[in-house]
Each structure stands twice: as C-alpha cells, then as structure tokens.
Design a protein around this ligand. Structure first.
Ligand code: AMP
Ligand code: ZN
Length: 485
C-alpha cells in the first residue's frame, strides 16, 4: 500500500503543504494542461511538462497507479487569454502559414511528441485533442445553462456568470468585487451581465476557419471549458491533482473550477500544483510573444543534450523561478556527464545488485523522503552525488542509481553502458596496452593511450586495471568557435 513515507504537496488552493491522499486508495487521477499546438513548445513550456512528469514518476515510485491525462489544445486558446479577447492561436497560425488549422496542429503535435520522447516524458494514459471532445464540451455548456450558471448573449456567445458561483477567486486569491473593479475596458461588453463573466462558447464570425455546430449556432468552445470537459469526461468529476504553469492560476484554472464545480456541485480537483516560470535572459519570462524563447533544437545546436535540460530543471524547486543562461546549461551538462561517467566507472567492475542491503536501504528511504517532500529535486540530485562518493559497494550504488532513475529519468545506466561500448579493434589495443604496462614499457603504453583517445576512448589506470570511457558519444557543448554565435 502506498502509505509511507507521506507525500507532501504544496496546494495552490489554500497555500499549504498537505499530505497527499487519493480518492481511491492506490490510484491517482492527474490532469495536466497540455500544449497549445500552434507553434513549437519552448523549454519554458517543457519545464511545466517535466514537472508534471516528475510528479507522476514520484507517485508511481510510491506505488500509485497514475491515470495521467495531458491534453492537446488545438482550438479555442485566444491570443489574449487573460482578457478573453484576441484571435484563436491556431487560426492565426494557419492564416500566417497558409495551412489548415488541422495541419498546423498535426505538425506541431508531432514535434512536441518527439521532444517529449527526448526528455523522457512518459506517455500519458490519454492525450485528448480538444477538437475530439466538442460534443462533451457542448453538453457541459448546456449543463451550465440548465443549472443557471451560464447565459446566452445576444451575439450567440455563452457566458459563465461568476456571480452564481460565490467561491470564484479562491484559487487565485481574487474576489469577484475586486475583479470587477479592476476590469479592463476589453472585458466590458454589452453582451455580458458583468465584466468578470467569461465566455465558455464563442460564436464564429462568417470568416472563421474553425467552427462547430451547437444549439447556439456555429462557434468554438472557450479554452477554459475544454479542460473542464476533458478532465471530467476522461477521469472523473473529482480528480486528485491538477497541474499547470503559474500563469494558469488565473484565469484558466479559476475558470475551470467555476465551470466544473458549477456543473457537478462537487470539488473539481483536490490538489492544485503550479510550476514557476523559466525566465529568459534579463529575468524576463520566457514566452513566445516576447520572442525570447529557445527550443530543444536550439539547445542541440549548441551541443546541449535534451536530458541536460531535464537535469537543469532539477536544480531549482518547481515552485521557484529559474533563470535560463547558456552558462547554467553548460554547468548542468557537466553535472549530468559526471553522473553518467561515475555510473560507467562502476559498471566497469560491477553490475547492479539484485537485492540491496541495509545501508543502501537507508539511502533509498532518504531519497524517497526527499522526492516526497513536494518534489525536492535539487535535494534528490544532491543526495545521489553524495551517495556516489560514499563508501557503499559498487553493486549497491548501481542498484540505487537504477532505482532513483525511475524518478530522475536521466537514462543513467543506459548512458553509462553506451560510454563503455568498445568499437572494432579497441579491445585488442587495450590488451596490448595492458601487456605494455606489465612489461613496464611506459612509452608504448602512452602511445596506445593516445591512439585510443584519438579513436574516441579515454583510458585511465585504476587499482582494478584499465578503466575506459568513450569521449565521442556525448554531444560536446559549444566549442570556442561557437562562443559568439
Ligand atoms: P501553452 O502551450 O502556452 O498552453 O503552455 C504550456 C505550458 O507551459 C503551460 O502549463 C504553461 O503554464 C507553461 N509555461 C509557459 N511558459 C512557461 C515558462 N516560461 N516557464 C514555465 N512554464 C511555462
Ligand atoms: Zn487547461
């Protein structure tokens, strides 16, 4: 039974560190707001998805079966989503690229999946595309109209009336009065009963590319409504955990709560978890609209391995803002390579133990307590480096690395094995070098070491004989000549 040690999660709802208990023992229902596939997902977006994936891995590490849903937003996300105005991001991209919105969605979904694979994000149990769930969204709108939470405006838009839902604002520490007082001019509309009301269905003007049948005429669902409908339809009316970036707290998640709870009369999500932003250069948030984004492909061009980015995100707690810089990424790459090379060194003389002893068990318990403490990944990585420099036996260390990698997802033993792969002729050169050393022929030994290094294999001498590590399988960070690019 997944009971000890407890998993503590910082709940945005109520701002408290709470012990996690699931609705159904042993099962966790987790919904993550997924990518809007109108463009590349940048590494800031991936900070959010790595955090959600790590949460899932920690729950699984603790024995939970995680039913993880992460959607694909392919309609309804507006360029000015905080104000509920602007144009549909998919539609804008389609017009710009002279493609259909469906082709845009397919193209960027494929790239997202490839990047997700490179980052070792586990495939969610269900990855619904919003456009596949239009009937469920229409019935949620109908339910909200029937329960008196929504009304139809003169122009065919349907609005959620926030005054009918008194808890509105609880997640984001807003009150309806303050929201009305602070409303921007764009939020006023003769069609709305209050500037704080938000559209859950938008009618489509004649020139719109994306449009779906509804009882209120052709239109598209609101972005917030989509996540409510998909989460409740696929998982349950009450789910365990909902995740997203901190920019989603308001309005996206506040509105999801109003819609879901307005319709069902039940708590929508028991735990709300939000990651802080990856900040671009100069401390400005990394965002597509500011044009200061980097993708995994940009990182690869500078010799940064995708898993270096995953490792880099572990250096800050997910609720702490993290600053992007090439120097920080290069330092992270050095740290990750050190980990892989240390594992390779251990694999040279040992294999992971099948059973771990008492001392290793203590390390394991402490690792589990660390990750269970609201995903303390900086602590978890530090603990792994400390464990590696301890006196624990090699087979125990390897077993702990394999175990920890279920959470870390850094391919530790796979990368280590790749670092040890010998190519044609290298074994023979190593044997010759061992013979030269036995005969105290140091110059021959050095010569062989140099030719092995030139072929991609670095050799060092240890009390247990020659140890080697490939120097040609890991991407190298930008070289001197790339410094100014
Ligand atoms: P989007 O594709 O815009 O819907 O965003 C996907 C996810 O990335 C959401 O959870 C956002 O909150 C999150 N996100 C966007 N920008 C950043 C950033 N710079 N750092 C961390 N998370 C972000
Ligand atoms: Zn969402």
């Amino acid at each position: 039974m997944p009971s000890s040690p407890p998993i503590l999660l910082q709940n945005t709802m109520g701002h408290a560190l709470q012990e996690f208990t699931s609705i159904t023992p042993g099962v966790a229902l987790v919904y993550t707001c997924g990518p809007t596939v109108y463009n590349y997902q940048h590494i800031g977006n991936f900070r959010a998805f790595i955090f959600a994936d790590t949460l899932r891995r920690v729950l699984e590490y603790n024995g939970y079966r995680v039913r993880h849903v992460r959607n694909i937003t392919d309609v309804g996300h507006l360029t000015e989503d905080t104000l509920g105005t602007g144009v549909d991001k998919m539609e804008a991209a389609a017009r710009r690229e002279n493609m259909t919105p469906e082709d845009i969605a397919r193209h960027f979904t494929e790239i997202f999946h490839e990047d997700a694979r490179l980052l070792n994000l586990l495939t969610p149990e269900v990855e619904p595309r919003a456009t596949q769930f239009i009937p469920e969204m229409v019935s949620l709108v109908e339910r909200l109209i029937d329960t008196g939470h929504a009304y139809i405006g003169a122009n065919g838009d349907v609005y959620f009336e926030v005054a009918t839902f008194p808890p509105y604002g609880a997640l984001s520490n807003n009150s309806i009065e303050d929201l009305i007082a602070g409303a921007r001019v764009e939020e006023y509309s003769s069609d709305k009963r209050s500037p704080a009301d938000f559209a859950i269905w938008k009618s489509a003007a004649a020139d719109k590319l994306m449009r779906y049948e509804s009882p209120w005429g052709e239109g598209v669902p609101g972005w917030h409504l989509e996540c409510s409908a998909m989460a409740m339809d696929i998982l349950a009316e009450t789910i365990d955990i909902h995740t997203g970036g901190e920019d989603h707290v308001f309005p996206h998640h506040e509105d999801e709560i109003a819609q879901s709870e307005g319709a069902s009369g039940k708590t929508f999500a028991n735990y709300w978890l939000h990651n802080a932003f990856l900040q671009g250069a100069g401390g400005v948030k990394m965002s597509k609209s500011l044009g200061n984004i980097f993708t995994l492909a940009d990182l690869a061009e500078r010799g940064i391995h995708p898993l270096t980015f995953r490792y880099f995100t572990y250096q800050a707690h997910y609720r702490t803002p993290q600053w992007f810089s090439w120097e920080a990424l290069e330092a992270a790459q050095t740290g990750l390579y050190r980990l892989w090379e240390a594992a390779a060194d251990l694999l040279q003389t040992s294999q992971p133990a099948v059973t771990i002893g008492d001392e290793a068990e203590e390390w394991r318990d402490s690792f589990q307590q660390t990750v269970n403490r609201d995903l303390d990944m900086p602590g978890a990585v530090a603990a792994i480096h400390t464990m590696l420099s301890s006196k624990l036996a090699a087979d125990q260390k390897l077993a702990l690395l394999a175990d920890a990698d279920r959470v870390l997802a850094l391919d530790i033993l796979v990368a280590a094995a790749r670092l040890l792969d010998l190519r044609d002729g290298e074994q023979s050169l190593l044997d010759q070098r061992a013979a030269a050393r036995a005969a105290k022929d140091w110059s021959r030994s050095d010569e062989l070491r140099a030719s092995l290094a030139a072929g991609g294999l670095d050799v060092k001498d240890t009390p247990t004989g020659q140890h080697w590590v490939r120097n040609d399988v890991l991407p190298s960070s930008r070289g001197e000549d790339a410094q100014d690019s």
